[in-house]
Design a binder for this molecule. Structure first.
Ligand SMILES: [Zn+2]
Length: 238
């Protein structure tokens, strides 16, 4: 019984873990990093990135490079809300595909959720996952060690190693909240975390405590404190 419950528990994380492991592996691939580096304007290539130079880079990424894909679209000719269907995809190229279609005129918009960073760099559109995946790759290409963070609710962002400390960075938000505002989601979006994990190629780190001012409540929410350790072991095997 315990084993079955454990399997169910870990398998609910499996697809997610595989995905972030794949992204973390791409962050160490120099061909990929060299390629995304080509997107970066020259002014950001000259100096080393720090607390001063990161805000303009965040601004460029959000306002000049990327487009946001809304969850719901309106048909451009009929102005009706489009219907959304999710199709599971080939896990090597895209996780899934969203098909937005208009019931009246039959037009449709297809939005593939790519796994490959170079595909995201090509289309430059997405939501928090595409944005944080590409922004993380760009920072790694600028020699700022950066990882992906996921809250297992509905959001993900980055952390970069700056002055030997992992600092919160969220390219989807406006500066200054995009930089070193770890309590923002809890304070403004009412997040009730159980786990927030930061991903590397070989390991995950439970970073929940960095994002909460309600640590005792989260500890109470976690029925079994061993879960984090079970998940850490599980990640090394996915
Ligand atoms: Zn239409």
């Amino acid at each position: 019984m315990f084993v079955n419950n454990l399997n169910r528990f870990t398998s609910s994380f499996a697809a997610n873990f595989k995905f972030y492991k794949n992204i973390s592996e791409q962050y160490t691939d120099h061909t990929i990093l060299d390629s995304v580096n080509q997107l970066v304007p020259e002014k950001f290539l000259k100096s080393s990135l720090d607390h001063q130079s990161l805000p303009p880079l965040l601004h460029w990424f959000k306002n000049d490079l990327m487009k946001w894909m809304p969850k719901e679209l309106q048909c451009s000719s009929c102005h009706r809300r489009m219907r959304v269907q999710i199709k599971e995809g080939d896990s090597k190229i895209f996780r899934k595909t969203e098909v937005h279609s208009c019931d009246k005129c039959d037009s449709s918009i297809i939005f593939p959720r790519y796994v490959k960073i170079l595909k995201i760099a090509e289309v430059k559109i997405g939501r928090c996952s595409e944005w944080s995946i590409l922004f993380g790759a760009i920072l790694n290409s600028l020699s700022v060690q950066t990882r992906i963070v996921h809250d297992f609710l509905d959001h993900c962002w980055n952390e970069s190693l700056i002055n030997k400390k992992w600092i919160h960075l969220d390219s989807t938000l406006n500066y200054p909240i995009s930089f070193n505002h770890p309590y923002y989601y809890e304070q403004n979006w009412g997040k009730e975390y159980e786990y927030v994990f930061a991903f590397s190629t070989n390991s995950i780190e439970d970073v929940t405590r960095y994002y909460t001012e309600k640590w005792q409540m989260i500890k109470n929410r976690r029925v079994n404190e061993d879960k984090a350790n079970i998940l850490k072991k599980f990640y090394s095997r996915v």
